[in-house]
Design a protein. Structure first.
Lengths: 130, 130, 130, 130
């Protein structure tokens, strides 16, 4: 294998959500909420939280948004909404039986092939899905 | 401290995104994409990916959605979209300087206080934000 | 022209948002809000409102969702969130200079060609974008 | 009634979606799609389309977004996605039995009371939901 290939440079564990996944499963089981936690419903809850995150940034300039994590007007909301998005994302992957670490590894490799450094440099064209 | 308090039962590390965070920062730096990765822009990219996730489930019943992670018609899309959401979420937290593990810990404790087991049991009323 | 073609059966005006468009422009001008109403920002505000709409339905069954417009627990929220989505959508089209009536007409014709009645009957496969 | 009150200046019809609503009901009935068009499902489809709209603007500056409706790189996508959002919104209101014109009228009046011109002038604080 080429030692400089992207696959070679990706570490063994990219993301470890195992403890959070267990904590959320316990939280749901204790409240008898598994019945509501279908992937369809959880994806909608994820949408709701991403919408709340969007509301924080909607009237800020890009520049203002860069300090939103520490600005006292927005820091608490940013922390809370990012946490909410994370909780629903991890819970959704869990009920779907998806290994997020493996899914991210494959996507990183795919993106590395899709956006070669030389061609993608400093261009936002690569993202263009239109 | 009460040994049965939620804080006590939450493990030391809920989620570890450090390696993925570094991999994404390297990926962006190599392509000179930091200029596009404002929190405002990344939150919009997160919305786009959550929208694609939503499209997978929109016409499925809740029951059908439960097997979407293994159903050959949807499994690949589910893996890819969950990965895309994860990548943008971790990148967004990174540029904002947010510690996702700490944010999730605080939110879990808040939720445990907000939805006591006895009151929340088997009811979806607790979620009602209306 | 074939009298049974879809184009022939589409009425002259599908949607008329002219008065609302003017009312929203006046509302913004009176408050000096045009500076905030870039299409980028308005699309994010639209996301926020669609997220709030999603939250109403997320834990309801499909069956329960069918009466959400009249159920006293949800009717007010449904009215308000649908209105908010409409206001931002019409304002967004307005600042972009898009004729929504014409855009809808073209999309209806495109959809009629894409989903012929005989093939699409009773199947949700046609929607499948995966 | 005070002739300068907001209620007085709102025209009789703000938005008329009646023809589009009928066209969409016919379109669905001809394909036997009513079974899929629960408000829950339609709200998810709306999310998917708003996500696609968001993807158009995500890497554009605010300034660039202002000409996205006429820029040849984005104009077609903007027209199509705005139409898609409109179609699902009107269909959703229709199956819920909501009068969008009346809902918008009430919301405009509420907003006029919430954001008095003198206080809201040139400030994006009024939007702050945090």
């Amino acid at each position: 294998m080429d030692p400089s290939s992207p696959a070679d440079t990706i570490p063994k564990t990219l993301i470890d959500v195992s403890e959070l996944s267990v904590a959320l499963a316990t939280f749901a089981a204790e409240r008898d909420w598994d019945q509501y936690h279908s992937p369809k419903n959880l994806s909608m809850a994820l949408v709701g939280e991403v919408g709340e995150l969007s509301e924080i940034f909607q009237w800020l300039t890009e520049e203002e948004s860069r300090s939103a994590g520490t600005n006292p007007n927005t820091a608490t909301a940013v922390h809370e909404e990012l946490a909410d998005v994370t909780l629903y994302l991890v819970r959704l992957a869990s009920v779907l039986g998806i290994d997020l670490d493996e899914a991210c590894r494959q996507k990183l490799q795919k993106n590395a092939a899709k956006y070669p450094i030389a061609k993608a440099h400093g261009s936002n064209k690569k993202y263009n899905k239109l």
